[in-house]
Design a protein around this ligand. Sequence first.
Ligand code: 5AD
Ligand code: SF4
Length: 459
Amino acid sequence: MSKKLFIKTWGCQMNVYDSARMADVLAPLGYTPSDEPDGADMVILNTCHIREKAAEKVFSELGRLRHMKDEKARQGDRMVLAVAGCVAQAEGEEIVARAPFVDIVFGPQTYHTLPEMVAKAHRAAGAVLNTDFPAESKFDHLPEDSGGQGVSAFLAVQEGCDKFCTFCVVPYTRGAEFSRPAFQVLAEAKRMIANGTREINLLGQNVNAYHGEAADGSTWSLARLIRELAEIDGLARIRYTTSHPRDLQDDLIRAHAEVPQLMPYLHLPVQAGSDRILAAMNRKHTADHYRAIVDKLRTANPDLALSGDFIVGFPGESDADFAETLRLVNDVTYAQAYSFKYSPRPGTPASTEARQVPEEVKSERLAALQQLLDAQQAAFNAGFVGRTVPVLFDRPGKRPGQLMGRSPHMQSVYVQASERLVGTIADVRIEAAYANSLAGTVETGVYVSRTGHSAGVSA
Ligand code: 5AD
Ligand code: SF4
């Protein structure tokens, strides 16, 4: 009998990927994904710990779910309630103590054992807590990817991080840096492409540190992996995220010049523009080092658009330090970016720093930075009006008759067109630019069919 599974996902793309894989693991037990928690037989909260108030959000969600669980129990049925992800990893014991009605608590490295955890939860009273960092890789134990991710899909190739930026919880919640074997990645990519995927986004917390074992025992860099993926028929587009400037090697920069399927868009967080703050963040690069990498990338591919992450109000950040961030943004010019107020994360070195920046100062700096970044994004998008760009359509839009796709530079593009175009790449003439998207018209008769080659896909 089919059982209803509801997964709520917070945070990064890796969490979105993990949630899809949890559904794959639970499918043989009869669980089918559902869009709402009402009446679900199992609910998983896949949590994020990277910024503010993560745990509080989880506890308030658990409060709501407790009522549904009780309701289900009154009907003589059971809702298995699980908390997963980075909050579970960091605060597992607190969750068990504060929310004793939770059945299972597990971290990002153990979800391949979900069937055992579910069985245990059914057998015994009390929560099953599994926040180990097991010696074996979960990737060796997961079932085949169901390929159900669609036209544009994530593929985790690397996980964890050894960089230990002083503000960041990732090295503690995701564990040490680990690369999946390249042969495993290629096999998974081929299955996804056979199931209709046309764009693969290679995921990793520090993806360009990738060094995976190939079938012949050699070690492949991310650039080598990308070149091999580009050889697979039917794969039109390749992306990767997120990269650390320190690990951006020349072979990857060359791939941006030479591999047409590698999209001209790169998420390369810098976090701050002051060398003093970068050192305090343990970023292992200076602002000029970052500028030099960007120059190299743009020399290799002048069409490359950049995205970034920024933190304002890191402990000890002065007005002069912050001015350096604005100067760096002005020098680099971003197509898109994410910016955050520094949030002290328990257990990280920066959280115990004495010189915390007052909240009002953080807010002012964030507003100033976002104004600049928004203006850059608007100018970037406006530059496309009147141009024709190849768009990979991956889903229907919100309005009737509308289709949504992505440009090579990651912009969302809306058109009025037949749903038959989903899964294809079509040339779109851009007619309007907005803060976060573009709108245009499909130039008829020039789209590349689903089964077609990737020719004409270059930016
Ligand atoms: N406070 C604010 N932002 C943070 N990030 C990571 N840790 C923190 C923190 N403690 C941001 C960084 C990172 C992005 C994923 O989240 O900019 O690149
Ligand atoms: Fe966190 Fe990224 Fe720094 Fe790793 S490189 S510690 S994931 S911010």
